[in-house]
Design a protein around this ligand. Structure first.
Ligand SMILES: [Zn+2]
Length: 131
Protein backbone atom coordinates (compact mmCIF):
# COMPACT_ATOMS: atom_id res chain seq x y z
CA UNK A 1 0.00 0.00 0.00
CA UNK A 2 1.25 3.48 -0.85
CA UNK A 3 2.43 5.79 1.87
CA UNK A 4 -0.12 8.44 2.68
CA UNK A 5 0.38 11.75 4.39
CA UNK A 6 -2.39 14.14 5.41
CA UNK A 7 -2.42 17.47 3.58
CA UNK A 8 -3.28 19.27 6.82
CA UNK A 9 -2.02 18.22 10.22
CA UNK A 10 -5.48 18.12 11.80
CA UNK A 11 -6.58 15.31 9.49
CA UNK A 12 -5.97 11.87 11.02
CA UNK A 13 -5.89 9.01 8.50
CA UNK A 14 -6.36 5.30 9.14
CA UNK A 15 -9.36 3.02 9.36
CA UNK A 16 -11.71 5.84 10.20
CA UNK A 17 -10.30 9.16 9.02
CA UNK A 18 -11.36 12.11 11.14
CA UNK A 19 -10.37 15.63 12.13
CA UNK A 20 -8.76 16.56 15.42
CA UNK A 21 -9.00 20.04 16.91
CA UNK A 22 -6.99 21.74 19.61
CA UNK A 23 -9.48 22.37 22.39
CA UNK A 24 -8.90 24.98 25.08
CA UNK A 25 -8.83 23.20 28.44
CA UNK A 26 -10.34 26.23 30.19
CA UNK A 27 -13.27 27.14 27.92
CA UNK A 28 -13.47 24.32 25.33
CA UNK A 29 -13.08 26.65 22.33
CA UNK A 30 -11.76 24.65 19.39
CA UNK A 31 -9.12 25.56 16.83
CA UNK A 32 -7.69 23.71 13.86
CA UNK A 33 -4.55 25.78 13.61
CA UNK A 34 -1.78 25.93 16.17
CA UNK A 35 -2.39 28.43 18.96
CA UNK A 36 -0.19 29.73 21.68
CA UNK A 37 -3.19 31.11 23.52
CA UNK A 38 -6.96 30.82 23.27
CA UNK A 39 -8.60 33.71 21.38
CA UNK A 40 -11.64 33.39 23.63
CA UNK A 41 -10.17 33.25 27.14
CA UNK A 42 -6.38 33.60 26.70
CA UNK A 43 -5.89 30.13 28.17
CA UNK A 44 -2.67 28.46 27.11
CA UNK A 45 -3.49 24.79 27.70
CA UNK A 46 -4.97 22.74 24.90
CA UNK A 47 -6.02 19.15 24.50
CA UNK A 48 -6.83 17.15 21.38
CA UNK A 49 -10.49 16.74 20.58
CA UNK A 50 -11.82 14.32 17.95
CA UNK A 51 -14.37 15.94 15.67
CA UNK A 52 -17.44 14.01 14.53
CA UNK A 53 -17.33 12.93 10.89
CA UNK A 54 -20.92 13.88 10.11
CA UNK A 55 -22.39 17.34 10.07
CA UNK A 56 -24.68 19.88 8.48
CA UNK A 57 -23.90 22.55 5.92
CA UNK A 58 -24.14 25.94 7.66
CA UNK A 59 -22.90 28.15 4.84
CA UNK A 60 -21.59 27.58 1.35
CA UNK A 61 -20.48 29.35 -1.75
CA UNK A 62 -19.96 28.06 -5.26
CA UNK A 63 -16.50 29.05 -6.39
CA UNK A 64 -16.28 29.68 -10.12
CA UNK A 65 -12.96 31.51 -10.34
CA UNK A 66 -9.73 30.14 -8.87
CA UNK A 67 -6.03 29.96 -9.48
CA UNK A 68 -4.86 28.21 -12.66
CA UNK A 69 -4.89 24.44 -12.21
CA UNK A 70 -7.71 24.52 -9.67
CA UNK A 71 -10.76 22.77 -11.09
CA UNK A 72 -13.86 24.99 -10.96
CA UNK A 73 -16.64 25.24 -10.12
CA UNK A 74 -16.45 23.73 -6.66
CA UNK A 75 -18.40 24.19 -3.44
CA UNK A 76 -16.65 25.75 -0.46
CA UNK A 77 -18.58 25.35 2.77
CA UNK A 78 -18.69 25.68 6.52
CA UNK A 79 -19.94 22.46 8.08
CA UNK A 80 -21.17 22.18 11.65
CA UNK A 81 -19.81 18.89 12.98
CA UNK A 82 -21.47 18.42 16.35
CA UNK A 83 -21.00 22.07 17.28
CA UNK A 84 -17.57 22.57 15.74
CA UNK A 85 -17.35 24.64 12.56
CA UNK A 86 -15.19 23.07 9.89
CA UNK A 87 -14.26 24.68 6.59
CA UNK A 88 -14.11 22.29 3.69
CA UNK A 89 -15.29 21.63 0.18
CA UNK A 90 -18.46 19.71 -0.61
CA UNK A 91 -17.46 16.92 -2.99
CA UNK A 92 -19.20 14.18 -4.96
CA UNK A 93 -22.07 16.52 -5.77
CA UNK A 94 -23.08 18.73 -8.69
CA UNK A 95 -21.67 22.15 -7.75
CA UNK A 96 -24.89 24.13 -8.15
CA UNK A 97 -27.57 25.51 -5.81
CA UNK A 98 -30.02 22.78 -6.76
CA UNK A 99 -27.78 20.09 -5.31
CA UNK A 100 -26.33 21.88 -2.31
CA UNK A 101 -28.46 23.41 0.42
CA UNK A 102 -28.18 24.85 3.90
CA UNK A 103 -28.78 22.19 6.53
CA UNK A 104 -27.82 19.41 4.14
CA UNK A 105 -26.35 16.41 5.97
CA UNK A 106 -22.81 15.54 4.96
CA UNK A 107 -19.99 13.27 6.06
CA UNK A 108 -16.23 13.50 5.95
CA UNK A 109 -14.45 11.85 3.04
CA UNK A 110 -10.78 11.83 2.16
CA UNK A 111 -9.54 12.85 -1.27
CA UNK A 112 -6.30 11.96 -3.00
CA UNK A 113 -4.65 15.28 -3.79
CA UNK A 114 -1.66 13.87 -5.66
CA UNK A 115 1.46 11.76 -5.34
CA UNK A 116 5.14 12.60 -5.41
CA UNK A 117 7.88 10.76 -7.33
CA UNK A 118 8.17 8.17 -4.57
CA UNK A 119 4.47 7.32 -4.67
CA UNK A 120 3.68 9.03 -1.39
CA UNK A 121 0.10 10.24 -1.62
CA UNK A 122 -1.10 13.52 -0.18
CA UNK A 123 -4.56 13.10 1.32
CA UNK A 124 -6.98 15.96 1.82
CA UNK A 125 -10.57 15.95 2.98
CA UNK A 126 -13.98 17.14 1.95
CA UNK A 127 -17.60 16.44 2.78
CA UNK A 128 -20.07 14.51 0.67
CA UNK A 129 -23.86 14.46 0.96
CA UNK A 130 -25.34 11.62 2.99
CA UNK A 131 -27.97 10.17 0.72
ZN1 LIG B 1 -10.24 29.26 26.03
Amino acid sequence: MANQIPLVDYLVLGEEPHLVANECVACSARYFDRRNACANCSGTEFRKADIGTEGEVRAFTIVTFAAPGVHVPFVSAVVDCGGTSVRGNIVNVEPDPEHVSLGMKVRLVTTNVGADDHGTEAIGFGFEPIS
